[in-house]
Design a protein around this ligand. Structure first.
Ligand code: ZN
Ligand code: ZN
Length: 391
């Protein structure tokens, strides 16, 4: 079959790889009909996540048709049209029973490795197409994919919804939603979202659904700011003026009630601190550049919440702990509990409260994905979200 494979920094290729097969009785094989490039795939593309091996199949946002099932599958059936949760959960362990699916104890065989223990203490669940730190599972930017614990990870898609309306239930919609829910939004609240990429856009949409009075988007990419404004957000272009001062001005000097860091480890931006971070990153003294996180902590009001859906992979420097303590902040973060949120969000999509396809800017074929990675990485052509339809 054809698949998109990783070969090194900024080197992804369309390749012929062996078809996946049922390995475990709980597996299913899904023929992919639509897949996408996630912002977090760019962390792999740019070589920020260790433990990738040449030839690894990428992709954790995908949906399609079940074409084969293992003997222990009870729910999923051949012919089902499903969207697959991007992290893999067994549904039976101590964590899964508490609905802490992203902490599943049974799906990340890398969890006991020394590297993972040193980096994380306890590792989370496996993730499709996301390095050997997360189990080394082949991803869904491919014609077929093996889905472990398919009864738990597959969500049936009703026929009235298109692939484009359902695809994002496997990752970025629940991620944006949990980020907003973590803000404990109350009537009258102002929520500032750093990073207006796809997850940031879903965080904004979700903050509005959850009753935020005002949502403020901070980014520097014109297409992203325009999409945020189209959603009804107030926008701040971080290239023009001081972001923290603008946020103070908009909130009577108090600061937003909650700030969401939808940027994560690879933050760009200007300033001497960032140059210093980049140097330390190059020397492997620091792995992540927490520019947006620092700004979120400094901007948020006293007693406010900082919610972090942006992915971090290792260590950060110059974390403003004094500000976080002095302001009495609540901070919430982590891999999304996709399995918990996706069914209720599917109901919202069915009720026409939201059409998740609003973030899509580019539609290509599987063969075009290597070029699309480049375009997405360089934010060319107004690119916010690329999906690939497979025929
Ligand atoms: Zn993702
Ligand atoms: Zn589990």
């Amino acid at each position: 079959m054809k698949a998109i494979t990783w070969h090194g920094k900024q080197d992804v290729r369309l390749a012929d790889v062996p078809d996946p097969a049922i390995v475990n009785p709980h597996d299913a094989i899904v023929r992919v009909t639509t897949t996408a490039i996630c912002g977090s795939d760019l962390h792999l593309y740019n070589g920020f996540i260790p433990a990738m091996k040449p030839g690894d199949v990428l992709g954790h946002e995908f949906m399609g048709e079940v074409v084969s099932t293992g003997p222990a599958c009870e729910k999923v059936k051949i012919g089902d049209r499903v969207v697959v949760m991007c992290s893999i959960a067994c549904g039976r362990c101590w964590f899964c029973k508490k609905q802490e699916f992203s902490a599943c104890d049974n799906t990340n065989p890398s969890a006991s490795s020394v590297a993972v223990e040193v980096a994380y203490g306890h590792a989370g669940a496996g993730i499709f197409g996301y390095s050997h730190l997360y189990g080394g599972y082949a991803g869904g930017q491919a014609q077929y994919v093996r889905v472990p614990f398919a009864d738990v990870g597959c969500l049936a898609v009703p026929p009235e919804l298109t692939d484009e309306q359902a695809l994002f239930l496997g990752d970025i919609f629940p991620t944006g939603y949990m980020a907003a829910e973590n803000c404990n939004i109350e009537p009258g609240d102002t929520v500032a979202v750093f990073g207006a990429g796809p997850v940031g856009q879903f965080a904004m949409k979700s903050a509005m659904l959850l009753g935020a009075e005002r949502v403020i988007a901070i980014d520097s990419v014109p297409a992203r700011l325009k999409l945020a404004a189209d959603q009804g957000a107030i926008v701040i272009d971080e290239l023009h003026g001081d972001v923290l001062r603008r946020l103070d001005d908009l909130t009577g000097g108090r600061g937003p009630d909650a700030c969401i860091d939808a940027v994560g480890l690879e933050a760009h931006g200007r300033g001497i601190q960032n140059a210093y971070d980049r140097m330390k990153q190059a020397l492997r003294l620091e792995s992540d550049r927490p520019m947006a996180l620092r700004s979120a902590i400094m901007a948020v009001r006293k007693g406010g919440t900082v919610s972090i859906p942006g992915v971090y992979g290792g260590f950060v420097d110059k974390f403003p702990m004094g500000a976080a303590f002095g302001k009495g902040l609540t901070m919430k973060m982590g891999q999304t509990k996709f399995h918990k949120y996706a069914p209720t969000l599917l109901a919202r999509v069915q009720a026409r409260e939201v059409d998740p396809s609003f973030v899509i800017t580019h539609r290509v074929g599987l063969d075009d994905l290597p070029a699309a990675y480049r375009m997405f990485n360089n934010k060319e052509d107004g690119c916010i979200k690329v999906i690939a339809h497979l025929t």
